[in-house]
Ligand binder design. Structure first.
Ligand code: NAD
Length: 335
């Protein structure tokens, strides 16, 4: 049966990387109809808002979306369309895998970890104000036991489903005793329900040091919103950079797949950037909707292309354009 997926090309390099991803998915003959709709700068021009209600309604209706990065507009109502989208659809779990590919030169060869980030609260709830003219201010960090419990439980259930062995909860409870105290205590409580999965906790600064020296020790990392945002970019750096880092945002029944990277406006329209992060997000989407064959075809082709190392984009030391990389990948899929 034909499956429907909402497609949001996004801003900057978004339309190029999403275009590449759709081309690659279509090359697998997956039975998918993409329903395209604009959010971000193009939506502002047409509808006066970067996140029109009909975008949210379409995602609510079809439950699955593939999204390009969206530029955060300056001086409009939303701090960030991405943050707003996650909040409005209660996409509470942000999954960001970081896995090494043979042929992508990095400091480490066998990184295979997943950052699971709480996506709806913490420092990103957007409660900020100046307390004295514009020279002093404060930002509220809101943490609830309910959100901690569901993200940590999600991480353990993910570990079981993906046959992973360890969950590491990352926090700063030594300093933020209230908010990260709630997170850490809740993580410890939930961990007791999963005796077959190893559990440990790490203070975030130590975690960053550990990740750049011994990334092979980590498996599933679960953390609050801002720490997850920062650590997942760090982990992207371990496996080749933002050009190869995919992601998914999940609620109980909705899934929005997008690369970790932003809209990189300086590269927009140059046919230059690496579409792999978006293609890998597409692979996650295909597995989510049960299109395993198509997902496997794309993964095998990517593994081949990186192993050969003949057609790589600039960020991986090559000179292939986005379109050349895409067509080469398509030729491998059709081999
Ligand atoms: P960015 O991720 O767009 O770019 C950072 C750097 O990473 C770029 O200069 C580029 O060198 C590299 N890079 C990113 N994507 C790449 C790719 N596919 N291939 C090769 N290199 C790549 O981050 P930024 O410059 O901080 O943000 C630009 C805009 O994107 C901002 O408006 C920000 O708010 C937005 N943003 C959106 C999302 C999202 O939509 N989920 C995420 C992050 C940032």
């Amino acid at each position: 049966m034909m499956k429907r997926v909402v497609l949001i090309p996004g801003d900057g390099i978004g339309p190029e990387v999403i275009g590449s991803c759709v081309r690659v998915i279509n090359a697998t003959d997956a039975d998918i109809e993409f329903i395209k709709i604009d959010a971000g700068e193009s939506a502002i021009e047409r509808e006066g808002t970067p996140l029109p209600e009909n975008v949210l309604n379409l995602i609510r209706k079809y439950k699955v979306a593939l999204k390009g990065p969206i530029t955060t507009p300056i001086g409009s109502g939303f701090r960030s369309v991405n943050v707003e989208l996650r909040k409005r659809l209660d996409l509470y779990a942000n999954i960001r895998p970081a896995k090494s590919f043979d042929g992508i030169k990095t400091r480490y060869e066998n990184v295979d970890l997943v950052v699971i980030r709480e996506n709806t609260e913490g420092l990103y709830v957007g409660i900020e104000r100046y307390t004295k003219n514009e020279s002093e201010g404060e930002t509220i960090r809101r943490i609830t036991k309910r959100a901690c419990e569901r993200i940590v439980r999600f991480a353990f259930e993910y570990a079981i489903k993906e046959n992973r062995k360890k969950v590491t909860a990352v926090h700063k409870a030594n300093i933020m005793k209230v908010t990260d105290g709630i997170f850490l205590n809740t993580a410890k409580e939930v961990a007791e329900e999963y005796p077959d999965i190893e559990f440990e906790d790490k203070i975030v600064d130590n975690m960053c040091m550990q990740l750049v020296t011994r990334p092979e020790l980590y498996d599933v990392i679960v953390t609050t919103n801002m720490f997850g945002d920062i650590i997942s970019d760090l982990c992207a750096g371990l496996v080749g950079g933002l050009g190869v880092a995919p992601g998914a945002n999940l609620s109980e029944d909705i899934a929005v797949f997008e690369p970790v990277h932003g809209s990189a406006p300086k590269y927009a329209g140059l046919d230059k950037v690496n579409p792999t992060a978006t293609i890998l997000s597409g692979v996650m989407m295909l597995r989510h909707i049960g299109e395993e064959d198509s997902a496997n075809k794309i993964m095998n082709a990517l593994i081949d292309v990186f192993k050969e190392g003949k057609k790589l984009t600039f960020d991986l030391g090559g000179s292939a354009k986005t379109s050349e990389f895409t067509e080469y990948l398509v030729s491998k899929i059709r081999d």
